[in-house]
Design a protein around this ligand. Structure first.
Ligand code: BTN
Length: 235
């Protein structure tokens, strides 16, 4: 597959640039990558710390061939793609913290923010940020964030992530990524706290379903946690 690669030294956010490109009718798929971001976006309105040249900040942008419903699982497929790439290029064995964070030794090294553009120009933006050699994280995340801390080549990492995403996207309707996702999950079988609709609850994660939703057994029965505004903490 021929994919255009757009590189920026510094940009507000590769996901925002993706939206601008989609709006102006760019031919998809494209990959947008930046050495640094001034307004890197995370989930739930958070920012993603994106200092110069120490991480991979990228957006893979494509037009979904099947319905958008299949695309809800693209974040989970992208998480598997990142794990595969890190395993291929480093000595690490990363784990996936539902739904979209990649952890090594209980610290977050990568976050994924998937956004859908609907309407006439339907597109999916898979934004991925990997801390490669970042040190000195902001105070709020200094206890939870980490880097790969290896000499991995950023372009190799980009190439491997993109080629694995493409492979896994083709299997989205059949959920071919799911067994691998579950195998790499760091939450299945774990006791967790979560906040759903403003209410704090706890339970044990028993499975991840076909839509990538988490099945948690609580004292009141089973809860299905879909992606979105859920905060999850492993006990
Ligand atoms: C999260 O951890 O909540 C998701 C973080 C996603 C960060 C990446 S960096 C590249 C892309 N552009 C953005 O603005 N965000 C994503």
């Amino acid at each position: 597959m021929n994919i255009e690669l757009l590189h920026f030294n510094c940009i507000d956010s590769t996901n925002l640039e993706a939206k601008r490109r989609i709006k102006s009718g760019a031919k998809l798929p494209i990959v947008i990558v930046a050495d640094s971001q001034t307004a890197g976006k995370g989930r739930m309105g958070r920012t993603f710390y994106s200092p110069d040249s120490t991480g991979l900040y990228m957006s893979f942008v494509y037009k979904p061939e099947t319905d958008l419903a299949n695309s809800v699982t693209v974040t989970s497929a992208a998480a598997v793609a990142v794990v595969r790439a890190i395993e291929e290029l480093t000595e690490h064995s990363p784990k996936i913290k539902w739904v979209n964070d990649i952890y090594i030794d209980n610290k977050k090294v990568c976050g994924i923010l998937t956004e859908a553009v609907t309407g006439e120009k339907t597109a999916i933006i898979v934004g991925i940020g990997v801390n490669i050699t970042t040190e000195d994280f902001p105070k709020e995340i200094e206890d939870t964030a980490a880097s790969l801390n290896t000499t991995v080549d950023k372009n190799d990492l980009l190439k491997s992530i993109v080629s694995n995403i493409i492979k896994l996207i083709n299997g989205l309707p059949e959920r071919t990524f799911l067994p691998e996702y579950k195998q790499k999950s760091m939450v299945i079988g774990k006791e967790v706290y979560f906040i759903k609709s403003g209410e704090a609850k706890e339970g044990k994660v028993v499975d991840i379903n076909q839509d990538g939703a988490l099945i948690v057994e609580t004292s009141d029965g089973f809860e299905t946690l879909s992606t979105g505004e859920i905060t999850l903490r492993v006990k």
